[in-house]
Design a protein around this ligand. Structure first.
Ligand code: SIN
Length: 390
């Protein structure tokens, strides 16, 4: 890149958001709606982020038989007692309001025959509290809707197919972003770059999830936290040598009855225990049986409930209605990231972070399934609002 290109002045904004997954799109919208002039920088065209691929849904205490306190207790148990309780309380209290807000904005979530929201079960949840859109296509539906709203918002300038190469920091404060297309001045900068699980060879993540946000933040002088905590998803497709090796088979399918079977066809664990327990049980069983495979039997699940999963398995050459499919764990989600407070503020003034690249301490050592999309909305909005007050 010619030097002059990175030095081009791309203008000044109240908030520069780096990353266009659920957290980035939503934070940009919230800031614009609050009157801010926002710039959204995205490496890819809008809506092709890790959130786009998310099969899981949004966890929120929506059932009359559920409560934020029960959701909080499940979150803390899954997090192995290492969650920041204040962050858990905020997520679980604000989750139901976020769902109502999204519905009011026209997002459609899956509903049962009586018209009420379908609430799914995933590992570690003591109640049905996960909402989905389009079965296992929640990420695609949500990021698609958000991208359309962002495109219609005149206060947001989208700079896509552009990479942030550094934060504009003097070591005391962040003043904006240096991209490969030029410099952006901003009163506040918000990182929403997603995760880092694609640093592992076997991963459920798209290739771009390599920790860009924490790298930028650390180079600019901000603190990172909890980087030792990476979550392994138990059921990634095992199809070595194919383009779908490591593809995620959503946990919600186990919530509908799918079973884990060892080489002798025997069940060996509680399929709906928290993810770290299920992953550990699979690895132990593979060792005990002297290698070989563990399989997931999805034959009892109606394919129409998870059309994209069944399509993926068929594309990979399996007939999941006739025989269990081979799976093994893959790196899936980083609990650690850029250390932030409850308003997304990092240790570097002027710099904020939200979504998977941030570490509020919400997830402790192990994220409860489907808390992450909820986190993008709850903490993305808080960070956007705090950033605007800079
Ligand atoms: C899944 O659908 O199993 C993944 C969802 C999540 O990571 O929360």
């Amino acid at each position: 890149m010619p030097e002059s290109q990175a030095e081009r002045d791309l203008g000044g904004f109240d908030l520069a958001v780096v990353g266009a997954g659920a957290a980035g799109l939503w934070a940009a919208l919230c800031a614009a709606e609050a009157g801010g002039r926002v710039c959204l920088i995205s490496r890819k065209p809008l809506a092709e982020s890790a959130s786009f691929h998310a099969q899981g849904g949004l966890a929120a205490a929506l059932d009359p038989d559920d409560s934020p306190a029960l959701h909080a207790a499940d979150t803390i148990a899954a997090g192995r007692g290492l969650c920041r309780t204040a962050a858990v309380e905020i997520l679980t209290a604000e989750g139901p309001g976020i769902v109502a807000d999204l519905i009011e904005r026209g997002m459609t979530f899956d509903r049962g025959p009586d018209g009420s929201l379908s609430l799914a079960l995933e590992g570690g949840h003591s109640r049905r509290r996960i909402i989905h859109a389009g079965g296992s296509q929640t990420g695609r539906e949500i990021t698609g809707s958000l991208a359309r709203m962002v495109a219609e918002e005149p206060r947001i300038d989208v700079i896509d197919e552009t990479s942030a190469i550094a934060l504009w920091s003097d070591g005391e404060r962040c003043h904006g972003v240096i991209t490969d297309a030029g410099r952006i001045r901003s009163r506040a900068t918000l990182l929403a770059t997603g995760g880092a699980a694609a640093l592992w060879r076997r991963t459920s993540n798209p290739w771009g999830a390599i920790g860009a946000g924490p790298v930028l933040a650390s180079a600019a002088g901000a603190e990172l936290a909890d980087l030792e905590f990476c979550q392994f998803h138990p059921t990634c497709l095992s199809a070595p040598g194919t383009d779908v090796d490591g593809a995620l088979i959503t946990e919600a399918i186990r919530g509908e009855g799918a079973l884990l079977l060892d080489r002798s066809g025997e069940r060996f664990t509680d399929e709906l225990a928290p993810r770290d327990d299920v992953t550990a049980a699979i690895l132990a069983r593979i060792q005990e049986q002297g290698g070989g495979e563990v399989r997931l039997d999805v034959s009892m699940v109606p394919p129409g409930r998870f059309p994209s999963v069944f399509a993926l398995l068929e594309h990979a050459g399996f007939d999941p209605r006739r025989e269990p499919v081979p799976i093994s764990p893959g790196a899936h989600y980083m609990m650690g990231g850029v250390a932030v407070d409850l308003d997304g503020m990092t240790s570097l003034p002027g710099l904020y972070a939200a979504g998977e690249c941030a570490c509020t301490g919400l997830h402790g050592a192990n994220r409860l399934a489907s808390n992450s999309l909820t986190e993008c909305f709850v903490f993305g909005r808080r960070a956007a609002r705090a950033g605007l007050e800079e």
